[in-house]
Design a protein around this ligand. Structure first.
Ligand SMILES: [Zn+2]
Length: 300
């Protein structure tokens, strides 16, 4: 009987510790054939996490008001009316609805983190290349920025740190928060690579470009430097733009992280002992589900 009670207690504890996953099968509905940012990425990750016992909370759309804390009315109008031309970021039918859902999930993740449960938004489209007035790089609305501005608007936080570990520079997030004393933006990204920005640091935006071919050892050293900057800043919350295109088998980039590296990244983020949530950005290899799971395990 005692053993049963102990096991039950352990099981209960295990559950409490689990990262909250927010996602929706609706995000698999849109597709541009041949595009690396495919529905399969999120679908496979969703099914894989579910098979590993993760409960998945259904994503809820955010409002235009949430979007407009970050983006211009013109960009909102363009996405809503599907009236724009960008080769990488196509005007697909219903994309406005999917972009609202992805940003809404980021808000849910931020609220969960504030309430003490680390969270991961497993959604598409990604967001970190979307600037206040310009979409691009597979991104329509900047999900992480929308979540951060939401937290500020509800006075739930005073200082926010952004850790962007996608292989590409988070130019959109940088543009949105540049000069904001209450936000520290940090990014580790391959250079040279799209979008070609983030070569130097300026004010509250600290950039850490890394060379093609960078391996785990070098990467984690850089991450250590970034985390000490974040610690110095003293944020109420760490928000992570979690891209997995730094993976060695990623088809569009050249960094050499392994599946196991993501557990170390998640653990390092957790080690600061500050509330945290992450949103999915890039990651285009078929091993994405395992990379994500390792990262989540590190964070929990
Ligand atoms: Zn990327």
């Amino acid at each position: 009987m005692l053993a049963v009670l102990i096991l039950a207690a352990l099981g209960f504890q295990g559950k409490i510790k689990m990262v909250k996953i927010i996602s929706s099968p609706k995000s698999w509905e849109y597709n541009a054939p041949g595009h690396p940012e495919s529905p399969q990425r999120v679908k496979d990750s969703y099914n894989y996490l579910k098979s590993k016992g993760y409960e998945i909370t259904e994503a809820v759309s955010c409002s235009d008001e949430d979007v407009l804390r970050v983006h211009t009315k013109q960009l909102l109008r363009e996405v809503k009316s599907e009236d724009f031309v960008d080769a990488d970021t196509p005007a697909l039918p219903g994309i406005y609805k999917y972009a609202l859902l992805s940003a809404g999930a980021a808000i849910q993740a931020s609220e969960s983190a504030i309430n003490g449960q680390t969270a991961f938004s497993l959604m598409r489209p990604p967001g970190h290349h979307a600037e206040s007035g310009t979409l691009g790089g597979f991104c329509y609305f900047n999900n992480i920025a929308i979540a951060i501005k939401y937290l500020f608007s509800k006075k739930l936080v005073k200082k926010v740190a952004i850790l962007d570990v996608d292989c590409h520079h988070g130019n959109g997030t940088e543009e949105i928060f540049y000069g904001d004393k209450n936000v520290l933006f940090t990014s580790i990204h391959q250079s040279p690579l799209y979008p070609g920005t983030g070569l130097t640091s300026k004010e509250n935006c600290k950039n850490f470009p890394i060379a093609p071919g960078t391996d785990e050892g070098e990467y984690l050293k850089t991450l250590g430097t970034v985390l000490s900057e974040i610690k110095k800043f003293g944020p109420d919350i760490i928000t992570i733009s979690a891209g997995f295109d730094t993976y060695i088998k990623d088809p569009i980039t050249n960094i050499k992280l392994t599946k196991d590296s993501y557990k170390k990244i998640g653990t390092a983020a957790k080690s600061l002992g500050i509330a945290r949530f992450a949103v999915l950005e890039g990651g285009y290899s078929p091993d994405l589900p395992e990379c994500i799971r390792n990262f989540i395990e590190g964070m929990e």
